[in-house]
Design a protein around this ligand. Structure first.
Ligand code: ZN
Length: 276
């Protein structure tokens, strides 16, 4: 699944490559898929998209917002898969769930794996969509301060018991983070995935806050994770510290063998010595 670092990188690449292009034609794909969420029929989608010009894309949470001017916004989100640019003259990929062809002959395709949304809204209406409406501050937002973060944790403590992994991955409490980047954030913050949030010291809260921002920034500056591809089909340059390849290998900090456990809907990789 694409998480915030990959989406930040994609938004930059959209702005470098697609900004100002005019849509000539397109489709909602050649390969029906149960878990692709569309909000319009292909006919309606294409009638609205045709002749529109690509505006300035931004990433927020697990969503990409691309204005199709005038009047509309393309929303790609909660998705696993590939969002690819193709130079003029390139053949379309074998399977895809949306393609747009621009007046210069270049193409944008989206091929979903797992699931994902491909939706077109009148500008402003996208903010009423479930999961976008009421989205909490994301690590990129100015409101995501240490005070905000501490307040979020304090507000969650009286509710159900929650661990730091739960804080990072459940209910979009911190939109844009997912199971992949959360592993490295917890390693950088030296916190065990099961560490209860009601037992975080002020220093640990501060370390976790810093680790969220630093890990997201480092991964997005490197072009996203190495196990996802960017707009040009190139793997990201961010090699995860804690993933399936790390299990059984020595911790980069202390040399202790990295462990794997199943916890909260996915595998966790962690150093039993560094992370408490
Ligand atoms: Zn270690």
């Amino acid at each position: 699944m694409l998480e915030l670092p990959e989406l930040i990188n994609l938004s930059r690449q959209f702005n470098d490559t697609l900004l100002g292009k005019t849509i000539r034609t397109g489709s909602l794909g050649n390969s029906p898929h149960k878990f692709v969420w569309y909000n319009r029929s292909e006919t309606e989608f294409m009638q609205l998209a045709q002749g529109k010009q690509v505006g300035h894309t931004r990433a927020r949470g697990r969503w990409l917002f691309t204005p199709l001017d005038p009047g509309y916004v393309l929303v790609l989100g909660e998705l696993g898969g590939k969002i690819l640019f193709h130079a003029p003259g390139t053949k379309l990929p074998a399977k895809y769930h949306m393609h747009l062809e621009f007046e210069d002959g270049s193409l944008l395709t989206v091929a979903i794996q797992m699931w994902g949304a491909i939706e077109l809204y009148e500008t402003g209406k996208e903010q009423e969509r479930q999961y976008i409406q009421g989205m909490r501050p994301t690590p990129l937002d100015a409101e995501f301060t240490l005070d905000y973060f501490s307040g979020l944790i304090n507000a969650l403590i009286p509710g159900e018991k929650r661990s730091v992994k739960g804080l990072l991955t459940q209910e979009q409490l911190i939109p844009g983070l997912g199971n992949s980047i959360a592993q490295d954030i917890l390693f950088n913050a030296r916190l065990h995935p099961r560490h209860p949030i009601d037992q975080l010291t002020a220093t640990q809260t501060n370390d976790l806050y810093k680790a969220i921002q630093e890990t997201v920034n480092t991964a997005s500056a490197a072009g996203g994770r190495y196990d996802e591809v960017d707009l040009y089909g190139k793997p990201g340059g961010y090699v995860r510290l804690m993933d399936s390849k790390s299990a059984g290998k020595p911790c980069p900090q202390c040399g202790t063998t990295i462990e794997k456990m199943q916890y909260l809907g996915g595998a966790c990789y962690f150093c039993p010595k560094c992370q408490e």
